[in-house]
Design a protein around this ligand. Structure first.
Ligand SMILES: Nc1ncnc2c1ncn2[C@@H]1O[C@H](COP(=O)(O)OP(=O)(O)OP(=O)(O)O)[C@@H](O)[C@H]1O
Ligand SMILES: [Mg+2]
Length: 203
């Protein structure tokens, strides 16, 4: 789907700027795009990081795969085209949140490099941080939080990433979060530390 069905539309600027909102919030809006296999720990790390940021007085919000598919993207499945459209919409939502000055943590497998790159392209410089949540397939499969790997191995789930559908590792991730090698707490510290170091947290 493209934007081409929308014609005769004009962007209406508000009186409050993104900069105004960010100053008020003491942070820069940014999207931390967590990508990785099912069970790699995207949701776990995102939720823990959101909590940590809130406890530090920041405003963060998790956009999570399954949750978005319950509503906004309930009309999309797991075919390559639908996965691409899923990611495109999430990118647009994240962009709106960033414009609101909010730190977004997205937790989507987002297996295609081109889809992630397309989101990066649409965002302003510095607004998109790709974070590869890395764990081996063996680790993810042994965790099998949702019992999905078992079903996928039994052929009950077609197009399951890592088993019967591809996962394309990031080539230029700003962060690699190794959940095989470090605890959730360490991953959160790594992520929040990165935001601090790069100047996203401004007070
Ligand atoms: N070091 C670790 N970091 C993150 N999660 C870990 C770690 N060690 C064990 N786990 C466990 O691994 C599981 C990761 O599941 P989680 O739902 O976060 O994965 P996910 O990447 O969001 O998967 P999905 O794409 O299916 O939503 C959790 O049960 C978590 O407790
Ligand atoms: Mg998840």
């Amino acid at each position: 789907m493209s934007d081409s069905k929308s014609t005769h539309i004009t962007w209406h600027e508000g009186d409050v700027t993104r900069d105004d909102r960010e100053k008020r919030l003491g942070q820069r809006g940014v999207t931390i795009w967590l990508t990785g296999l099912s069970g790699s720990g995207k949701s776990t790390v995102a939720v823990a990081a959101e909590k940590e940021l809130l406890s530090q007085g920041r405003v963060a919000y998790v956009l999570d795969g399954d949750n978005v598919r319950h509503g906004l993207n309930s009309n999309l499945g797991f075919s390559p085209d639908d996965r691409t459209e899923n990611i495109r919409r999430i990118g647009e939502v994240a962009k709106l949140f960033n414009n609101a000055g909010i730190i977004v943590l997205t937790a989507f497998i987002s297996p295609y490099r081109a889809d992630r790159d397309a989101v990066r392209e649409k965002m302003d410089d510095g607004d998109f941080i790709e974070a590869y949540v890395a764990a081996s397939l063996e680790t993810c499969e042994s965790r099998d939080v949702k019992g999905l790997y078992k079903k996928a191995r039994a052929g009950e789930i077609p197009e399951f990433t890592g088993i019967s559908a591809p996962y394309e590792e990031p080539a230029k991730a700003e962060l690699v979060i190794d959940t095989d090698g470090q605890s959730v707490e360490q991953s959160v510290a790594q992520l929040v530390g990165y935001l601090q170091e790069k100047g996203y947290l401004t007070r």
